[in-house]
Design a protein around this ligand. Structure first.
Ligand code: ARG
Length: 462
């Protein structure tokens, strides 16, 4: 049974019918589809477009269907074309002719546009709470690690000393940006209730779109009916935001894989998030981190798929758009799952303090501090840089790290006074870097307070 038995012979081949069908994946929209229909029918009733008693009958049956599906009493029948057809035809079978009025002044084009917006709004809220959990865990771990020294890298070469807290803060920044992006998508979606766009050019009834928007919690309606049914930008925004979030997760995972390896051993991942090898008894593999890195590609794939699906479609609705769902759902589900496991795995990560500290100390990671010391004594930076380079060369030639130098050797290496020794310890180097955003413990504490405030501010909107 189809909704669109019309003036033509609509006997489709079984093959075409199967090909056309989307219910196997759009059935998950049933709560949004029913919520949208409830609002639409309430509006039709208020505007006297359909009789009050019939509207009430539809509303009652819709609510009943919703709770029956939720309780498992009713299983969505997948022989229908899509979720929209199913709801209308199920109700028609149940309450008869009144149900045939529920689609007055509506098209499946604006209906599906509404369903997807409601779905995206709901998902932004789920992601916001997932990111809140992650960022809160990161702030907590960083708060305990403002004095724990480790190297920071550029080009994957030891560059300057930092702390575990300062390092974690870099990721807090990324995930706060993700949170902002997702909150902005929620905000955008809430401003654009598309129902009433009809198939593409509205309808001839005296409908009240603002009322429908209000019932559904939107702050405004869409202002062009053609765009109303053909816009999928908000889904692309979401896929981009998810891709970005996955990219951040993946970068951290990449570092976990690297820095938990025997070669670095800065961090340890909790055993619960590692696997063994079927052959090599000594192995503890970072499988979760690798899987998270791997799943990032899957989410990027959805973004590219959607961009490609949209790129050559003429206005307004085309059936191509039915292809907006499967990859999108998969990307959302994947990202949510990844966020959850990533948060749990992050919480299990510990810093191997001694190893990380030695990795910072046993290097020439404070060479620029040596130059800065000389600059503060009046030398131009470039000259000081050259003298510091001389000190590094002396150490390499004599197989020493900075902290192993004696006052005599300092003198020999370029006439340095022994106060330099203190200036080039990793502890001193970090302490001096007090500017906002720097690694000094007091600077990191300020950043952490800033992040907490940011987090609360973003989460209190909407
Ligand atoms: N299943 C369709 C989709 O997801 C619903 C809209 C169908 N509209 C139409 N005119 N055939 O896009």
């Amino acid at each position: 049974m189809k909704l669109w038995d019309n003036a033509f012979d609509t006997t489709a081949s079984a093959l075409a019918e199967e090909f056309n069908r989307s219910i196997s994946f759009d059935k998950r929209l049933y709560t949004y589809d029913i919520a949208g229909t409830l609002a639409h029918v309430k509006m039709l009733k208020k505007q006297h477009i359909i009789p009050e008693d019939e509207a009430d009958e539809i509303l009652f049956a819709l609510n009943e269907l919703l709770s029956d599906i939720q309780s498992g009493e009713v299983i969505i029948d997948e022989s229908y074309e899509d979720i929209h057809s199913y709801v209308e035809l199920y109700l028609t079978e149940k309450i008869g002719d009144s149900a045939k009025k529920m689609h007055t002044g509506r098209s499946r084009n604006d209906q599906v546009a509404l369903d997807m917006r409601l779905f995206v709004i709901q998902e932004t809220r789920r992601l916001k709470s997932g990111l809140d959990e992650l960022i809160t865990a990161m702030i907590a771990k960083a708060s305990d690690a403002t004095e724990d020294i480790m190297p920071a890298f550029t080009h994957l070469r030891k560059a300057q000393p930092t702390t575990f807290a300062h390092y974690i803060c870099a990721y807090i920044e990324m995930f706060l940006r993700d949170l902002k992006r997702i909150a902005a998508i929620e905000e955008d979606c809430l401003e654009a209730m598309p129902l009433g766009s009809g198939a593409c050019c509205g309808n001839t009834y005296d409908i009240d779109r603002e009322y429908v928007a209000e019932l559904l919690g939107f702050s405004d309606v869409t202002h062009n009916s053609i765009d109303g049914v053909s816009d999928r930008d908000y889904m692309l925004d979401m896929l981009y935001a998810l891709s970005m979030m996955m990219m951040h997760i993946s970068r951290y995972c990449e570092e976990l894989i690297l820095f938990t390896s025997e070669q670095y051993a800065f961090f340890t991942i909790g055993n619960a998030f590692c696997s063994g090898s079927s052959m090599m008894p000594q192995k503890k593999n970072p499988d979760m981190a690798e899987l998270l890195r791997g799943k990032t590609g899957r989410v990027y794939g959805a973004l590219i798929q959607m961009l490609t699906t949209m790129k050559a479609q003429p206005l307004s609705y085309n059936k191509d758009m039915q292809e907006d769902k499967e990859f999108f759902f998969d990307a959302i589900d994947t990202a949510n799952k990844c966020l959850k496991i990533f948060t749990a795995m992050f919480e299990s990560v510990t810093l191997n303090k001694e190893t990380a500290y030695r990795a910072a100390r046993d290097s020439y990671i404070t060479a620029v501090d040596a130059a800065d010391y000389l600059v503060k004594k009046g030398l131009p930076f470039r000259d000081a840089y050259k003298k510091a380079a001389g000190l590094v060369n002396y150490c390499i030639d004599n197989n020493k790290y900075f902290h192993e130098l004696t006052a005599e050797e300092l003198h020999q290496a370029g006439g340095f006074d022994k106060k330099l020794l203190k200036a080039i310890t990793v502890e001193h180097s970090i302490k001096q870097r007090r500017q906002t955003g720097g690694p000094a413990p007091e600077a990191v504490k300020k950043s952490l307070a800033h992040y907490k405030a940011q987090l609360n501010k973003i989460l209190s909107q909407n």
